[in-house]
Design a protein around this ligand. Structure first.
Ligand SMILES: *Cc1c(COP(=O)(O)O)cnc(C)c1O
Length: 356
């Protein structure tokens, strides 16, 4: 029997979440599939959304080319833009859309011959990471128009704190962006998942949902009708009986406080489970919960099943998925769901559903 650990990807849930994102925002929506669709398999996800998505977004040109090779003909926006003129040539040859977020990229666009490009000009409305100064919007626009190298121009910016709905920064960024573009007719795009779900005042022509497509809410609490797409699952594959006082695993991190029944689960840090997951973190075993005990090792982890006599070898374990929210686990590990999803490795990925 193969190791019973798998990442199951529910493409019907993905379609549901995309529709929900598009409907909550209004206008059009690029499904963000960077980093192999946050660990869900970019080609399979793009194919499953191809008949309903307005387009896709990835971080870099290589990711876009992989989607083209998988038969994706819809628009694909490259969020980091071109790294060099060769990159930009690929953008043109494969009819990609590209972000321009700094002067160097703008010059590349101005200087390169060939068919006009669809450019998303990125302004830094307050995040302080990527983007050109909003005050320059009009002069940048003039330069691009004069170059004759640009087909459709779209304005974009990105939020720093949209997942903190109480913070005033998102409204401030929106205001700064709109002020810089007052009177300009081109379409605009601001919202990531948290913007779509928590900042209706920032909805513009295009949304850019990522995390919510995968069924994860960007904040604690309400799941907002989202359906988790990935189930990372495994099984208990061995049981150990420990006497009181007996140590368990590397570093003897856990010492049995009483006679204990320990279940070994076939997932470890080589599969993407963070090694720093604290003991006591509740994991889903069968129909109930069981606390993580001991040090997570490369290939396995341990749960205390002393109070779960009905659980044993073969009991299913869901590390995250529809029956076990990824958010609390991520916080317990000092990280965010994005990093856990992107970090899944080694386990086979299986896709289901996704037909329109
Ligand atoms: C990754 C990314 C998104 C998607 O963000 P989520 O929080 O996952 O919805 C949107 N826009 C840009 C520019 C991004 O880099």
């Amino acid at each position: 029997m193969p190791r019973p650990s798998t990442a199951l990807i529910d493409l019907d849930a993905l379609r549901h979440n995309y529709r929900l994102a598009r409907q909550r925002h209004g206008g059009r929506a690029l499904a963000v599939l960077k980093a192999d669709a946050y660990g869900h398999g970019a080609a399979r996800c793009a194919q499953a959304l191809a008949d309903i998505a307005d387009g896709f977004a990835v971080a870099v040109v290589e990711e876009a080319l992989a989607l083209r090779a998988a038969g994706i003909v819809q628009p694909i926006l490259v969020l980091e833009g071109a790294f060099d003129p060769q990159d930009l040539r690929q953008v043109r040859e494969h009819a990609l859309w590209t972000v321009v977020h700094h002067e160097e990229q703008l010059r590349m666009v101005e200087l390169q011959a060939g068919a006009p490009l669809n450019v998303w000009l990125k302004l830094d409305s307050g995040m302080g990471r990527l983007g050109l100064p909003p005050e320059q919007a009009r002069s940048l626009r003039q330069r691009l128009q004069a170059s004759g190298r640009v087909g459709q121009l779209t304005w974009m910016s990105h939020f720093a704190r949209a997942d903190e709905p109480q913070q005033p920064t998102t409204a401030a960024q929106t205001e700064r962006f709109d002020a810089a573009l007052a009177g300009l007719p081109e379409p605009r795009s601001l919202c990531n998942s948290a913007g779509i779900l928590h900042h209706p005042g920032s909805h513009r022509d295009w949304a850019r949902p990522g995390l919510m497509l995968y069924g994860i809410a960007p904040t604690d609490g309400d799941k907002l009708g989202l359906k988790p797409v990935m189930t990372l699952r495994s099984q208990v594959f061995a049981i150990r009986e420990l006497a009181a006082g007996q140590p368990l695993g590397y570093g003897a991190l856990h010492v049995a406080p009483r006679a204990s029944r320990i279940g070994l689960v076939a997932l470890g840090y080589a599969d993407g489970v963070p090694r720093n997951a604290p003991q006591g973190t509740p994991l889903r075993v069968g129909e109930g919960l069981a606390p993580l005990v001991g040090r997570i090792s490369m290939d396995m982890l341990m749960v205390d099943l002393t109070d779960r006599p009905e659980a044993g070898i073969g009991s299913p374990v869901e590390l995250w998925g529809p029956d076990h929210d990824i958010r609390p686990l991520a916080s317990a590990c000092g990280t965010i769901p994005y990093e856990l999803l992107c970090g899944v490795k080694r386990v086979p990925v299986r896709w289901s559903g996704g037909q329109g």
